[in-house]
Design a protein around this ligand. Structure first.
Ligand code: KG4
Ligand code: ZN
Length: 346
């Protein structure tokens, strides 16, 4: 099955064509840069940009796939979670395109698609051979840990109660005057340094009432980390560039440590032999190294997305739909966007 995917949940405008859930025939991603001066995504600017660019990006993806519209069997688009005004553009476009072409329309969950992004690497194993597994989706908008015990089953194990990991890195960079988005800058500045441990808290969730039905040990709270940085900088203002870089390293280590420990706990709890990690923060070099270390020690297979599939992209949307996941017709056409759509079995 060859699927055209459309992704507009935040500030990336993307379209892709993927065959049988794995083979990326084309993937066009436009990352909107007009938000940089604002230090974060401005929803109205994002949706206006999606409206302007999406038709051309879809045409380019179909063209570059080499199969043309005649070779497409299905249209899949992100229905949620994400920014409402951004989701509306891609989801409405996909409905229109499906009506005009007579192709089936599939509603895809963006967070679940991040978990699938690891399988877009031709070197990755067959997803069917990777059960039971633990999945971590970690980006500027999400920090979610899942158990995937068998095909068609997915269960939320943990989540952040406040900021996502990427958001925590973005806010730290902003506070240190390093610009936006902060994750890549913090990563670069921290490289080659030894973290000082214990300066920043790990981000534990102490009150189980905040995460009903979930194990607090598998959840995170990163907002206190940002406050700790604020207090630290107020009491010990960094004197030079070198001290700022050291703070980046210490802070990043707190975020990475929290994520790795939760993955380790989820693996112990579920008995999973595979860990799959996707999302923009999975580009982080320290996180990749720490996960690789941890999985090596535990003899767990680690699957990381290719760098080009870590951030938001439509190949993961088309890919996930190509494995049979998502909501197909006749239900799909009646669906609205779902800005807080949780991942579920269906
Ligand atoms: O998946 P993504 O493109 O969009 C969302 O769905 O949020 O992720 C963007 C996030 C931002 O917070 C950005 O700072 C972070 O991913 N990020 C990184 C790195 N590259 C991007 N965080 C840490 N290290 C990186 N190298
Ligand atoms: Zn995302």
């Amino acid at each position: 099955m060859t699927v055209l995917g459309i992704e507009t949940s935040c500030d990336e405008t993307s379209a892709a064509v993927v065959r049988d859930g794995r083979e990326v025939l084309s993937c066009v991603v436009h990352t909107q840069m007009q938000h940089v001066p604002f230090g974060g995504v401005v929803p109205e600017l994002a949706s206006r940009c999606h409206i302007r660019l999406l038709p051309g990006i879809v045409a380019q993806a179909v063209d570059e796939s080499g199969v043309g519209w005649k070779g497409i069997d299905c249209i899949a688009a992100t229905r949620g979670p994400g920014l409402a005004s951004s989701l509306l553009v891609g989801w409405s476009f996909a409905k229109g395109a499906a009506l005009a072409t007579g192709l089936p329309l599939v509603a895809v969950n963006h967070v679940e698609a991040h978990l699938h992004s690891v399988f877009l690497d031709p070197a990755a194993p067959d997803p069917a051979e990777c059960f039971p597994r633990v999945g971590l989706a970690v980006s500027g908008g999400h920090t979610n840990l899942f158990s995937l015990p068998e095909p068609g089953k997915i269960e939320l194990l943990g989540r952040t109660v406040d900021d996502a990991a990427g958001e925590a890195l973005d806010k730290a960079a902003k506070l240190l005057g390093l610009g936006y988005p902060g994750g890549p800058v913090v990563d670069k500045r921290a490289r080659g340094r030894t973290p000082r441990l214990g300066i920043f808290p790990e981000g534990n969730v102490r009150d189980g009432a905040l995460v009903p039905g979930l194990d607090p040990e598998l959840c995170t709270s990163f907002s206190g980390l940002k406050t700790a940085l604020l207090v630290h900088v107020r009491n010990n203002p960094p004197q030079d560039d070198d001290q700022i870089s050291q703070l980046c390293c210490d802070y990043q280590e707190a975020v990475v440590g929290a994520l790795v420990r939760r993955c380790e706990r989820a693996i112990a709890k579920t008995g999973a032999r595979t860990l799959a990690v996707g999302g923009g923060v999975s580009l982080n070099s320290r996180l990749r190294a720490a996960l690789s270390n941890s999985c090596g020690r535990l003899s767990v297979r680690l699957l990381l997305a290719l760098p080009r599939h870590c951030g938001d992209n439509a190949a993961m949307i088309a890919g996930l739909a190509g494995t049979g996941r998502g909501i197909p017709p006749p239900d799909s056409f009646g669906l609205e966007i779902a800005p807080s759509w949780p991942v579920s079995d269906r």
